[in-house]
Design a protein. Structure first.
Length: 368
């Protein structure tokens, strides 16, 4: 095990596995090592990075009680730390849960002490927002993490990238601060490769291509909608590579569809949905985006109503959501550096949609 692996391993083991103190009934404790990038930080700020469910005031109170030590000596929360020092914390009181744990049968693609990779079902948002404070991926992961620690709340899900509520597929979540920090850096500097599968309206004329259109906020008063039109607000560079996988042809132009592989080179909000609609091939079942930068009128009254996905949005395919699936993520492991290829198969509703569309057209299906 190299030095980077050892540092990450020690961090997780100290938080999750070790009961320090020895005597029955004694409070659990953790030991954390100061990394070079944390040198000079105050004790409370350092601990807030690792013990994310502990508010700073609780950490400061632990220091006041003499429960935080460096070099076997109690220290103030204002004490500055140096690289290589070990901070020993006796957890005299439990953390405050940021996410309420909820049991859910998560489909785990990959998991180790530092990260977990989930095949997210459609209809689930990443974390609580607005009035939707339950039933999110973070709630489910909190319950999963709580089964791995000495008491609930020692780990908090670290969302690094998001999938739209209706998008299914691979999502990577950090368990520890160092893993979260390294993953954020990898995503921000485009060292992650993402592959999506989509079903779009119409028959694509070319076999492959790259869409290079800036994306910004739509100029229609809604902060949630994005646009690739020239009048988009605060537009940023956006590129998407696409490749045809299967053409579902028909004598009727209104019943022609294409299954495409999409690789976003940048990471803008709703990027694939906006780009495919901009070139005249919106996603089947898309709630908002139409051809040529036009928008559909709103049909749901609340986010909760949208989460239920109880209304069939596309009669031809039977889909109640947009046809987009995050099929694969490739990235270097944030601690070990090992290259990972994390995959999730096409979900049942999209597979049924392809079969149903083929049966309805009954003409020919071309596969690239």
């Amino acid at each position: 095990m190299n030095r980077r692996e050892q540092e990450g391993s020690n961090c997780f083991q100290d938080i999750c596995l070790q009961l320090d103190g020895g005597e029955p009934g004694s409070p659990p404790s953790v030991k954390l090592t100061v990394e070079p990038y944390q040198s000079g930080m105050k004790v409370d700020a350092f601990l807030a990075q690792h013990l994310r469910n502990y508010p700073v005031w609780k950490l400061q109170r632990l220091a006041t009680w003499g429960a935080i030590e460096v070099g076997l000596q109690p220290v103030s929360h204002l004490r500055r730390l140096r690289t290589g020092e070990t901070v020993h914390v006796r957890l005299l009181e439990p953390p405050e849960l940021h996410y309420q744990p909820e049991l859910y049968p998560l489909e785990i693609i990959y998991e180790d002490p530092w990260i977990v990779c989930i095949n997210k079902p459609p209809g689930i948002i990443a974390h609580p927002t607005g009035n939707m404070l339950s039933g999110t991926l973070c709630n489910f992961l909190q319950a999963h993490f709580d089964r791995q620690t000495i008491f609930p709340g020692l780990l908090r899900p670290g969302i690094v990238h998001r999938l739209d509520r209706e998008t299914s597929g691979v999502i990577v979540v950090a368990k520890t601060h160092q893993a979260h920090r390294n993953l954020v850096d990898a995503f921000e500097h485009s060292r992650v490769s993402k592959t999506y599968l989509a079903i779009v309206e119409g028959e694509m004329g070319e076999i492959s291509g790259t869409i290079d259109l800036p994306i910004g906020q739509a100029k229609n008063g809604s902060r949630a909608l994005m646009s690739a039109r020239a009048d988009a607000l605060n537009a940023k560079t956006a590129k998407t590579f696409w490749k045809v996988l299967k053409k579902i042809s028909s004598s009727s132009p209104e019943q022609q569809y294409t299954v495409v592989l999409c690789k976003p080179i940048t990471g803008r909000n709703h990027q694939i949905r906006v780009h495919m609609a901009a070139i005249g091939h919106p996603l089947v079942g898309d709630e908002f985006y139409m051809k040529a930068g036009r928008f559909k009128p709103p049909v749901r009254e609340s986010l909760e109503q949208g989460r239920r996905m109880s209304t069939t949005r596309c009669p031809h395919s039977g889909l109640a959501r947009h046809a987009l699936h995050a099929a694969q993520i490739e990235l270097a492991h944030p601690i070990t550096g090992v290259w990972l290829k994390l995959q999730a198969g096409l979900p049942a509703d999209m597979l049924r949609a392809v079969i149903k569309l083929q049966e309805q057209t009954g003409v020919k299906q071309e596969t690239s």
